[in-house]
Design a protein around this ligand. Structure first.
Ligand SMILES: [Zn+2]
Length: 354
């Protein structure tokens, strides 16, 4: 095509206009970006996170029968990763007694949660036997925890294949502050009773589902075996091979920012405290806010820290949070402050660091 002078000049003008528009939009968008960076947060709100640590799901690792493999392999594997498991023990059985140092010292030192699987895993025929099977095991667990008798909540799971008078059992569980792990605690739970010989991927399958729905994911284990086998054996029970179990824990470690790995009673307390809690935030001055956090739960038994998410107006990079004479430093991300606090322990004071 042959261009005359006029069309060349038009062409130049269009190019010039095009460049100007591009240049202008770059300048304009960089202004907006700049504005966003320095714009103070104007929103004030406070809420209780669904899960501790503002995680996406709660994950329970639960173990029945206090087997030797759990004591010798399972507890150290969880301790070394700072993961909490729930260990339903039978304090009257040989397997517990022969690994007593793990159950009395190593497990509690690692923050593991001991739970009640009855003294001898034999069920009960009379009310007195129910009291012995549930009550004696509870007293042993309280002693290991360093709590007074009847001093804290205990998760409970009756032995598989055992028979009980349901009314007697319910009454004794109530009297001994035992919470049956089969009871509905207010949020849906997805559970897998881990089949013998499962590999890490099979054990992991429910975890993404729990995260997706922001619910409780619960894995129920029996034996943990030092050797692979078909199936791997632990104390005469089929279980999972420690190699695959450790691989599962490594996979959980990779997503630990998304999941709260906790004991049964921890999540029970969190849900109950949150369900009956009220929370409010009040501004005291430009640099100071007060949060009131109460719950109808009894603070003697419900002492799990709730995670609080607060949006603080202004440009706050860091602050202190004080409750019950204890002060901690926090940094904020885009005006959002996340911290842990106990309900019914007095006002929480948030102060900007100047
Ligand atoms: Zn059992």
């Amino acid at each position: 095509m042959k261009l005359n002078n006029q069309s060349i000049s038009n062409f130049n003008f269009i190019i010039l206009l095009f460049c100007f528009l591009i240049f202008h939009s770059v300048i304009f968008s960089s202004c907006i970006k700049h504005e966003e960076e320095i714009a103070p947060n104007t929103e004030l709100y406070v809420k209780i996170a669904k899960w501790q640590g503002n995680k996406k799901a709660a994950i329970l690792l639960q173990f029945d029968d206090s087997t030797p493999g759990q004591a010798q392999l399972g507890v150290p594997a969880l301790n070394s990763r700072n993961f909490v498991g729930t260990w339903y023990v039978n304090p009257g059985r040989d397997a517990f007694i022969s690994n007593i140092n793990t159950w009395e010292n190593i497990a509690p030192e690692g923050g593991q949660e001991l739970a009640n699987h009855t003294m001898t895993h034999t069920g009960a025929n009379t009310y007195e036997e129910v009291v012995y099977e549930v009550g004696e095991a509870s007293k042993i667990i309280w002693k290991i925890r360093g709590d007074e008798n009847f001093g804290s909540l205990i998760a409970f799971n009756r032995g598989g294949g055992t028979t009980w008078d349901e009314e007697d059992l319910a009454n004794v569980l109530d009297e001994y502050y035992n919470i049956d792990r089969l009871s509905y605690i207010g949020i849906r739970l997805i559970a897998l009773s881990v089949p013998a010989g499962s590999n890490a991927n099979e054990m992991y399958e429910i975890i993404p589902l729990a995260i997706q729905d922001s619910i409780i994911g619960s894995l129920h284990f029996h034996g943990i075996s030092a050797e692979d086998g078909d199936p791997p054996m632990d104390w005469g029970n089929a279980g999972v091979w420690i190699y695959e179990f450790e691989k599962l824990l490594d996979k959980l470690e990779d997503i630990k920012n998304d999941i709260w790995i906790c004991g049964y009673i921890q999540v029970y307390k969190y849900i109950k405290e949150k369900d009956s809690a009220t929370i409010a935030i009040e501004q005291n001055s430009e640099n100071k806010y007060t949060v009131a956090l109460t719950s109808e739960t009894d603070p003697k038994y419900f002492n799990e820290e709730l995670t609080i998410v607060a949006s603080i107006p202004g440009i706050w990079k860091s602050c202190t949070v004080t409750q019950n004479n204890k002060t901690e430093n926090y940094s904020l991300s885009n005006g959002i402050l996340i911290f842990n606090a106990l309900p019914n322990k007095g006002d929480i004071v948030i102060e900007k660091k100047l």
